[in-house]
Design a protein around this ligand. Structure first.
Ligand code: ADP
Ligand code: MG
Length: 371
């Protein structure tokens, strides 16, 4: 049975929200606006405040200060069970003594929905997660992935305008996780419900999300599409957390409005400069770098850093290299299929245009807490 009923997704507005436990600040002055029907992922390392944010929205805990609105209304003081929100946790909280069908019917029973209407909705929800044939099984007779699909059906069966998920695939193996990511994406597209999804896995965030909020130490560092975060990270932490990168540090001078960095005795030109007296670093994405044999013709305007190949990996879709540069930094380079091959020990130049690098303020805290 196709899912035809689309519920209107709820907007969420969080302004200047903080959460303190005694003297410890778990969330520090966050602003987060989630659009109706959006798939928003809260991404960050362990302990950065993702679950706390989800718990505030769900009503499992209260904000210490700030504003939280769901569907345009303040929910401060409104208990969790009156918020009409679907929730899925990492550890499937199915009732072990109830069949799959009874588990999924439970939220409807709570809401006084009975008989044919209830059966119809249970079937529709199980059908959506491809578990309609399992209605008579008990949770102990299901795999972890099947239990999570039932938990998802139970969270959606009452057509909530908002679904919250906290690392729902965290306990599953990689293949199953990747398949369920696509299932969750499909269900989101079919329903129009607002999804708020917590993960520490940046690849999962990129696969699923319309936008991603990157958490670090109880703050949100940046909110944007995967493309925005990858191509234009606002901070070094975001740039390092999303995707692969090489970070170059050196001494910087501003010349004619541009930044010239000296790295291991070699000069690199970056267009523009940072505001104020922030110390600049250069962030490079692996597919923006090209490898050339030492002494190959110089393309006008390109930056070149000499190095030695220390790792060469054939990936089928291309090759990945690690290059030890003069200053000891290891640069990661991804070359497309058909480009020249290099071997470990080759001396090479890593080349890139000024428009291919990202200039960011240095931030020592970006070096820690990467998971
Ligand atoms: N009930 C609590 N009492 C005290 N500290 C807490 C409580 N819940 C969470 N914290 C702390 O708040 C911080 C953020 O936690 P959490 O939101 O669970 O992080 P995440 O989900 O990003 O891993 C952590 O340092 C955690 O130890
Ligand atoms: Mg958590």
């Amino acid at each position: 049975m196709p899912v035809s009923q689309r519920s209107a997704g709820a907007a969420i507005e969080i302004r200047k929200a903080s959460k303190r436990y005694g003297r410890f600040t778990a969330l520090n002055d966050i602003d987060l606006h989630i659009r109706p029907g959006e798939f928003m992922t809260l991404l960050g390392p362990s302990g950065s405040g993702k679950t706390t944010t989800l718990n505030l929205i769900a009503g499992f805990t209260d904000i210490t200060s700030g504003v939280l609105e769901i569907g345009g209304k303040s929910v401060t003081g409104l208990p969790s069970h009156k918020r009409n929100i679907g929730v899925v946790f990492q550890h499937y909280a199915l009732f072990p003594h109830m069949t799959v069908g009874k588990n999924v019917a439970y939220p409807l029973t709570l809401r006084g929905i009975k008989g044919d209407e209830r059966d119809k909705r249970v079937h529709r929800a199980l059908d959506m997660v491809k578990m309609a044939d399992f209605a008579h099984r008990y949770p102990s007779e299901l795999s972890g992935g099947q239990q999570q699909r039932v938990a998802l059906a139970r969270a959606l069966v009452f057509d909530p305008p908002l679904l919250l998920m906290d690392e729902p695939l965290g306990a599953l193996d990689k293949k199953l996780r990747e398949w369920l990511q696509l299932e969750i994406k499909r269900i989101h597209r079919e329903l129009g419900t607002t999804f708020v999804y917590v993960t520490h896995d940046q690849e999962e965030a990129l696969v699923l999300s319309d936008r991603i909020a990157v958490f670090n130490g109880g703050r949100i560092e940046q909110i944007g599409t995967g493309r925005e975060l990858y191509d234009s990270p606002a901070t070094l932490f975001v740039g390092r957390f999303i995707g692969e990168s090489t970070i170059l540090r050196g001494t910087a001078e501003i010349s004619g409005g541009d930044t010239v960095m000296t790295i291991g005795g070699q000069k690199v030109l970056a267009h523009g400069h940072l505001a104020g007296d922030a110390r600049p670093v250069i962030l490079l994405r692996p597919e923006r770098l090209a490898l050339k044999r030492t002494g190959a013709d110089i393309v006008s305007g390109e930056n070149r850093l000499a190095g030695t190949v220390v790792e060469a990996i054939y990936l089928g879709s291309g090759s990945k290299y690690e290059i030890r540069l003069a200053d000891g930094t290891t640069a990661v380079v991804r070359s497309p299929l058909g480009s020249a091959d290099f071997a470990i020990g080759d001396t090479v130049d890593v080349t890139f245009l000024p428009s291919d690098l990202i200039l960011l303020p240095d931030d020592a805290s970006a070096d820690v807490t990467l998971t």
